[in-house]
Design a protein around this ligand. Structure first.
Ligand code: IPD
Length: 285
């Protein structure tokens, strides 16, 4: 099987699984939030829907590909000895989910030997969906589009990010971790950034933020302290839309920084984040 076909097959499995999980979460939310427990801090929450959706995703991936490893936000690592690892966030934007703010998504990415090759993010309430395969571009599915022979899943629109080239008029998305000391540092970075950009947006789901950046609905995105499951799929989608997706100072995207910006904004935003010591907010390892 060619690499391209394998990537496409992994993406299709991710898409079908994300749709099923999204439907489960949507149906559960309609009946109320259910049980809420806390994780790393009292503001970091997990709900029964997070757990049920992750279980469903793991069981579908396991049934289709029993030898793959799965790294899930809520259940940790399921062992596997193939070269494929799945990164699963059943609800990215759990706080929005709890408050009934309709902005949270399922995120599933597949890596081969550590390289992200396929990913999907689905907005659970609106049904909007973004997907990408490595080298195959980033695409937005329109839930309202009628199915056709060319696009059985609804119209697929290829994404190419924002055309804004001046950081001073760029709308920059970001997010904050759950630990108070990290938030204090992240707040200080935002204070330095605000006078130098058009404005800041904090929507509450890094996965959806990266898709919005891929679509050009925001001009760029950065966040310190994200986990692999938060940015695995969205990072690939942004990169395939033509954005540069990295850490700072030559590092790859990771817990220390995920910066996603179109080439024209990348340099100025990168340098400003360095100047503001943004990486100092990274979790200590
Ligand atoms: C969170 C969201 C949020 C980001 C946090 C993440 P979760 O993920 O992506 O936007 O700012 O850093 O932890 O907890 O809702 O899966």
């Amino acid at each position: 099987m060619s690499g391209r076909t394998q990537r496409w097959e992994l993406c299709e499995l991710a898409v079908q699984t994300a749709r099923e999980a999204a439907e489960l979460v949507r149906a559960q939310r309609a009946g109320g939030v259910g049980q809420v427990a806390t994780k790393s801090t009292e503001t970091d929450v997990v709900t029964s829907a997070d757990r049920a959706a992750e279980q469903l995703i793991a069981s579908r991936l396991r049934a289709a590909r029993p030898n793959d490893r799965i790294l899930g936000e809520e259940s940790g690592t399921h062992a596997g000895d193939s070269s494929v690892t799945w990164l699963v966030d059943p609800i990215d934007g759990t706080v929005n989910y709890v408050y009934g703010l309709g902005h949270y998504g399922v995120s599933i990415a597949a890596q081969i030997d550590g390289v992200t090759v396929a990913g999907v993010v689905r907005d659970i309430e609106s049904g909007a969906e973004w997907r990408a395969t490595l080298g195959g571009g980033a695409w937005r599915t329109d839930p309202a589009a009628p199915p056709s022979a060319d696009a059985p899943d609804g119209a697929l629109r290829r994404l190419s990010g924002s055309r804004v080239a001046d950081l001073g008029v760029a709308l920059v998305g970001t997010g904050f971790g759950y630990r108070p000391e990290q938030r204090a540092r992240q707040g200080a970075v935002v204070a330095g950034l605000l006078p130098r950009v058009r404005d800041i947006r904090r929507f509450g789901s890094a996965a959806l933020d990266l898709c919005n950046a891929a679509e050009g609905l925001i001009d760029a995105f950065y966040e310190v302290g994200l986990n692999a499951w938060d940015f695995g799929a969205g990072g690939l989608i942004a990169a395939e839309a033509g954005l540069r997706v990295t850490g700072l100072a030559g590092e790859p995207a990771g817990a220390a920084m995920v910066l996603a910006a179109p080439p024209a904004l990348y340099g100025p935003l990168h340098d400003l984040l360095v100047e503001l010591h943004a990486a100092a907010a990274a979790p200590r390892t």
